[in-house]
Design a protein around this ligand. Structure first.
Ligand SMILES: *[C@@H]1O[C@H](CO)[C@@H](O)[C@H](O)[C@H]1NC(C)=O
Ligand SMILES: *[C@@H]1O[C@H](CO)[C@@H](O)[C@H](O)[C@H]1NC(C)=O
Ligand SMILES: *[C@@H]1O[C@H](CO)[C@@H](O)[C@H](O)[C@H]1NC(C)=O
Length: 389
């Protein structure tokens, strides 16, 4: 009897140890977030960088930020972005921009998370795009440049090189979305899609080589998003829409642009499979931004977007409330009363309410492959998940 008791006790104690281990794990899913990308994830770099043209970026003006931060932070929305909801749900602070305050020598001392994403950034370098006749009027901070910043700041983030590998391994890497602008600029210049399609392999290679390099530096868990259904963006609908274009009857979105994005996303996933074979110990998670957003475009009312999905909340008028000379942030642009009933914030970017639905669909729901929750199952206990859509 006593031996049985002691066996039981040992089992029970063992169970406690396992449970304790899980709780420890639960409280420290990832110790930090390292982010690369464009305006979908930029939490303020554009504010400190300025733009190539010398014109202040629209997101530096009200009403950007009005819903959550009560001031413009540089984020391209009325409030939080996907990356902000991700940080909250992991129990981490908002991911600070690499270029905070005085710029790049002052980097990354706030905490270990760092955001290198810059609004307007492309996956392919500005020089290479320029050779294809594509000008980026916003920034030269392409993915390669962002990776160089990361390398430059590693020592200030984690002390010495061997510490770095640990820190990198415990970080969650968010790789975008990136690549959307490589296409947006030529699309807005009116270039034919067939011509733009030729860029896709370069964009995919840039993302893939960055992912490879990060894994070789010690990254273990990387979320790699695909592109959004840009055929549903108010800006493209305004500028590209015409009688000759085919529209999806279920959503009103531009078919050709969405098919183009699906092509990009398929190539990206094929490439990610190759990287998984090269690096079986890395967790490479594809984030299906396209379908996570598409479910909203297909039935916006289900998600509470009672003003529909295609008309921007903030803009300069017209059928989609988008005017490229009077964009949101411009003194003559107007803003809607209830941003959380709109999918589109400024015609290009989405409202906080939309980003929240997308965040939940990805990181709690079925739109990550493999499921993000299998790497960080405790997420559901924290923050935004307990709230309703
Ligand atoms: C951006 O890149 C272009 C093309 O290479 C170059 O002419 C320009 O000086 C760069 N601008 C900045 C601000 O670095
Ligand atoms: C790196 O720093 C840690 C403490 O921060 C120290 O324990 C370790 O020995 C250092 N490693 C090297 C190679 O300097
Ligand atoms: C866009 O705004 C400008 C300046 O406010 C205006 O002149 C122009 O007519 C507008 N374009 C459209 C299509 O509404």
């Amino acid at each position: 009897m006593s031996s049985s008791f002691s066996t039981n006790f040992r089992c029970f104690a063992g169970f406690l140890v396992v449970l304790w281990g899980r709780i420890m794990y639960a409280n420290g899913c990832f110790t930090s977030i390292i982010s690369f990308g464009d305006s979908i994830a930029d939490t303020g770099n554009i504010k400190h960088l300025g733009s190539i043209t010398g014109q202040a970026f629209p997101s530096l003006f009200p009403p950007y930020g009005q819903t959550f931060f009560n001031k413009p932070t540089g984020r391209c929305s009325d409030g939080r972005l996907i990356i902000d909801f991700l940080a909250e749900s992991l129990g981490l602070p908002f991911v600070p921009p690499y270029m905070y305050d005085q710029g790049r020598d002052n980097v990354a001392k706030l905490d270990q998370s760092v955001n290198y994403a810059v609004a307007g950034a492309t996956a392919v370098s500005s020089q290479l795009l320029a050779e294809e006749g594509i000008q980026n009027p916003v920034t030269n901070a392409s993915l390669k440049v962002q990776l160089q910043w990361f390398k430059h700041s590693l020592l200030s983030i984690c002390g010495n090189a061997s510490d770095c590998k640990d820190v990198i391994g415990r970080s969650l890497f968010l790789m975008g979305e990136i690549g959307g602008n490589d296409y947006n600029f030529p699309i807005r210049d009116g270039k034919p899609i067939e011509e733009i399609k030729a860029l896709v392999p370069s964009v995919i290679n840039s993302i893939a080589s960055t992912v490879n390099e990060l894994i070789e530096m010690g990254a273990r868990t990387l979320v790699v998003p695909g592109n959004f259904p840009i055929g549903c963006s108010s800006a493209h609908l305004t500028e590209r829409g015409s009688e000759n274009e085919e529209y999806d009857p279920a959503t009103g979105c531009l078919v050709q642009l969405n098919q183009f994005v699906e092509y990009h996303n398929e190539l990206l996933q094929t490439k990610l499979n190759q990287i998984r074979e090269l690096h079986p110990y890395a967790n490479i998670i594809y984030a299906d931004y396209y379908n996570a957003a598409m479910q909203i475009y297909q039935s916006p009312y289900t998600f509470g977007f009672t003003n529909g999905a295609l008309k921007a909340c903030c803009g300069g008028g017209g059928p989609f409330n988008y005017n490229s000379t009077t964009t949101c942030g411009h003194e003559y642009a107007t803003v809607c009363d209830e941003p959380d009933t709109y999918v589109s914030w400024d015609g290009v970017h989405l409202t906080e309410a939309t980003y929240k639905v997308i965040f939940k669909s990805l990181f709690q729901g079925p739109y990550t492959t493999p499921a993000f929750s299998s790497f960080c199952y405790t997420l559901s206990q924290v923050g935004v998940y307990s709230e309703s859509i």
